[in-house]
Every structure is written in C-alpha cells, then in structure tokens.
Design a protein around this ligand. Structure first.
Ligand code: PLP
Length: 382
C-alpha cells in the first residue's frame, strides 16, 4: 500500500490496524472499561488491593459511552484541551441555564473550593461553616489567616441555618454550606436554603456545595442555580466525580455571577487534562447513565441501611452516595478492623468519634462488606 493510491502511509496503516485490533479485543468487554482484560494483573502497589469505601466515589462510572469516547480520543491526548474546554464550558452553561462567563472549570471541585478559600480567607476575615462538613475551603482560608466560625449541627445532624445566619458579622467574607452535607448525607429543604441565601447574600458571599445534589431524582427542582441567575453573590459547586462516576478525571465546576467567576478563574492554579474534558463532555450527554447511576446508588444505600437496621446501628438519612452510621467503636479502631478485612472506610469526623462514613460500592463490594460488618458486629463468619 502506498501513499499515492490511498493517501495512507504504511506507518499510518500499521498504526490504524493495531488500534483497530486493540479496539476489537477491548470493546466487547465493556461496559466496565477494560476490567475483564486486566483483572488478573497484580495491582501496581499492594495498598491498591483494598476495597475502597472511603472516598465517596461512584463505582458505576465511567459509563460505556464515556469509556468509548475516551478510547476514541486517546491518540489526541498529546494535545492541550483548549478548544475542548470551551465546548465543555458552553455545554455546561446551556445545561445550567446560565452564560459561559458564569462557569469556571476546575481540576475537581476541590480546586475551586481551594481558590475560594484563598480569595475569601484573607487575614482579619471570618468564614461561617458547620462541623463536620467538607473542609477543603476552610482549610485553605485558615491557612491564609482567616478564622472559621464553626457552628455545630442541629440535633438531627443538619446545618443549623438559623445560628449560621446569626453568626454572620461585618468581617464574614463567606458562608460555606454543603447540601446534601458530608459525612452525614443530611439536607436542608430547598426553601430554607433559598431563604438563607437571599438574606445572607445581602451581607456576604455563600458557597453552596451541591456536589451530591445530583443523586436526587428531582435534582433540577432542588438546585439553587436560580439565585445565580438573579445575580446574588452565590457560588454553586458541582463535580463530575460523583453522579457521573469520573473522580479520577478530576473535573468540577462552579456557577457564579460574572465578577466572582472572574476572580475564581484568576485564582485557580492548575489546568484540566484532555481525557478528563472528553469524559465530562461525553458524560453530560449520557442521561441514561445518570438515571442508572442514581438508581444503583439508591438501591445500594437502601440495602446497606437495611443491614444497619438489622444490626441495630443508628444512621442519618442520607441523600448522597454514602451512609454515616454509629458503630460504638472509636473510628481509628474501626478503620483498623476493616482494613484487616481488606476494606478502607471513612476517616474520623469529630465530634462523631464513634461513627463511620461508608461510601456505596458496587453490589459485589457491598455484599463482601456486609459480611465484614456481620463478623464485626455479630461475630458471624461471612
Ligand atoms: C462536599 C464535597 N465537595 C467537593 C468535593 C471534591 O470534589 P472533586 O472530586 O470534584 O474535587 C468532595 C469530594 O469528596 C466533596 O465531598
């Protein structure tokens, strides 16, 4: 075969044939990526042998369509993703009903939480937040010299919005609210968050972390993105790590008024990766997977709560892909017991030192974990 009669060089032809052959052997093993082909290969590090129920990841991703999109684009990952990022940002803006100037893409939502922590965490200012919750923003703010006014939970382990509102003073630069919250999974109602933001937004900025909100079946009715459309100083945080099942690709975004978005864009200090952008773009179109993801997580969560009931262990009503439950065992000792059984479970969340957060794994992982729970709490052999 010569370039003259086909337009393809011999090198191209070999490359394409090889890719086709590799594709042909790998494709039938979907939907779970390449797992069937590589399952017999030893982990790259002994630590990786553990079943990880600690990170609130979504084991059902990436979807088949996303995996195919990634494979198709692998050979283009020698490129910077500038054009692809622009396309992704426009798609997100359309989905959220805002302008692209309202969207900032980050290397995970973490990057944007960190940027907000640096912007609003100046010395002399304070951040109002609850504890325990997701700490990324507050840690960065404290590092910058701000103080954090920690407001304890209500008796139901929910945000005490009334006390948080009262805690806002003239030095409060930001309020952080995670809804649904972690580790508890609890939520405050749409109306109470809305009215909190409308009042607080007259005095300060609110970071509303909605990364777990997409696990709700009626997600569109629960997001507060409308407040951004109305021009309130609200930053909404979202992630492709949760419902989309793309944690390893590190993509998140914020939705905020233009001036706030500009300062977040200016403050962020890393960039996105090509295949992550491709994965997120393909995942946005994959509404079938979104339904599947929500259904599977809800099923796994309900089943695990059934086990907790059987074991008489109390838990909070979770709206996320995790459950926070009482163990009666100091968390470090409980982590050790589970690690001996090959599981990684959630970290300490003081002051709930006798509680543990479990991320919902695949049905097989949860079946194995249920046996471990029975061993620990009933002395049963799994
Ligand atoms: C409440 C909350 N916000 C943000 C993040 C970070 O998300 P990302 O993976 O997009 O950085 C997490 C991660 O677990 C989280 O629990």
């Amino acid at each position: 075969m010569t370039k003259a009669n086909t337009g393809i060089t011999r090198r191209d032809w070999i490359r394409r044939s090889t890719l086709a052959a590799v594709g042909a052997t790998l494709l039938p093993t979907f939907p779970k990526g390449f797992s069937q082909n590589v399952s017999n290969i030893a982990p790259v590090h002994p630590e990786l042998k553990f079943i990880n129920l600690a990170g609130n990841e979504n084991p059902f991703g990436p979807s088949r369509n996303v995996s195919l999109a990634i494979m198709k684009e692998v050979s283009n990952s020698c490129r910077y993703p500038f054009r692809e990022e622009k396309i992704l940002k426009e798609m997100i803006a359309r989905k959220e009903g805002v302008q692209p100037e309202n969207i900032v893409l980050g290397n995970g939502c973490d990057e944007l939480l960190s940027a907000a922590g640096r912007i609003y965490g100046k010395e002399g200012s304070n951040i109002v937040a609850t504890k325990p919750t997701y700490l990324q923003l507050m840690e960065k703010a404290e590092h910058q010299g701000a103080t954090v006014n920690w407001i304890p939970h209500t008796a139901e382990m929910k945000h005490d919005l009334e006390s948080m509102q009262e805690a806002i003073d003239s030095n409060t630069s930001l309020v952080y609210i995670c809804n649904p919250d972690t580790p508890t999974g609890t939520m405050r109602s749409f109306e109470s968050i809305k009215s909190f933001c409308e009042t607080a937004g007259k005095k300060t900025t609110v970071f509303l972390d909605e990364v777990y909100l997409e696990f709700l079946e009626n997600f569109e009715n629960e997001t507060q993105v409308n407040l951004v459309r109305e021009g309130l100083p609200i930053i909404i945080g979202r992630s492709f790590s949760k419902m989309h099942g793309l944690a390893g690709h590190r993509i998140g975004y914020t939705i905020a008024p233009k001036e706030i978005s500009e300062s977040l864009e200016h403050e962020k200090n890393s960039s996105l990766n090509y295949l992550g952008v491709i994965a997120a773009t393909a995942s946005l179109r994959d509404s079938e997977f979104h339904k599947l993801s929500v259904r599977k997580i809800t099923e796994g969560r309900n089943k695990f709560c059934g086990l907790l009931q059987e074991l008489n262990l109390s838990y909070t009503p979770s709206h996320g892909n995790f459950v926070f439950h009482y163990t009666g065992i100091p968390i470090e000792a409980f982590q050790k017991k589970m690690k001996e059984r090959n599981f990684l479970v959630g970290r300490p969340f003081p002051p709930y030192d006798l509680w543990c957060r479990i991320s919902i794994g695949s049905p097989k992982e949860m079946e194995l974990y249920s046996s471990a729970m029975l061993q620990v709490f009933k002395g049963k052999r799994g």
